[in-house]
Ligand binder design. Structure first.
Ligand code: URA
Length: 211
């Protein structure tokens, strides 16, 4: 476990904190997360961390991998090419982007756009765990294998950890919460079949909201 004590946590003090306050607290902590293995890469490149954006009361929480270049340049999740696909998918089932919450398991961009390392996922895990607790979504969609596998492990569904092609758009119920692993939108940029799989998967998400 990455120890919280390894982070210099600058706690904000709020009386009866609202969701907004608690999410702001996370933002401050990520911004000041100098112990992060990705902090120097962030500052050397004048990148921003990407905390997440959307409706604090969202029924659907989308969790991607880590910011791409465009995201790190702007501080906004899924605003580059993968984001365009995500927007298309949301449009296809008439879900408004402002009604959902979108974030990543790793809040800083890894060098050379490489996959996040296990120690990076662990370093940022406390933030995503708290975001889930604060937002309390009904549905969490893992975009890509890293966030999908993270979620299955977190919710004690280790035995379901399989290649993403075997679990894409499967619905796992944990009490009132539904976890839905998904292909990463970036995988559909040049792959029409993946795009079709994503469209079908979004229909499942839409149905699950009303179940
Ligand atoms: N890919 C991700 O996983 N997250 C982003 O925010 C952008 C691209």
């Amino acid at each position: 476990m990455f120890q919280n004590s390894k982070r210099m946590v600058k706690k904000l003090t709020f009386k009866n904190p609202s969701k907004r306050d608690l999410l702001k607290e996370i933002k401050e902590e990520v911004v000041n997360f100098k112990e992060s293995p990705l902090y120097n890469h962030r500052t050397d490149n004048k990148f921003f961390p990407v905390i997440g954006e959307g409706n604090h009361d969202a029924e659907i929480l989308f969790i991607g991998e880590a910011p791409g270049k465009r995201e790190a340049q702007t501080g906004r999740p899924f605003c580059g090419r993968a984001g365009k696909i995500l927007d298309e998918m949301l449009d296809s089932v008439e879900i408004k982007r402002e009604d959902v919450y979108i974030t990543n398991i790793v809040k800083d961009r890894p060098p050379e756009n490489r996959d996040p390392l296990p120690e990076e996922i662990e370093a940022y895990a406390d933030f995503i765990d708290r975001q889930i607790k604060i937002i309390q979504p009904k549905i969490i969609v893992g975009l890509g294998r890293f966030s999908s596998h993270y979620l299955l492990k977190k919710f004690n569904l280790e035995k379901e950890i399989k290649p993403i092609s075997s679990i894409h758009s499967k619905v796992f119920k944990i009490g009132n919460l539904k976890i839905i692993p998904f292909f990463h939108p970036a995988s559909a940029i040049y792959d029409q079949r993946k795009r079709d799989n994503l469209v079908d998967g979004f229909k499942i998400i839409k149905q699950e909201i009303y179940k």
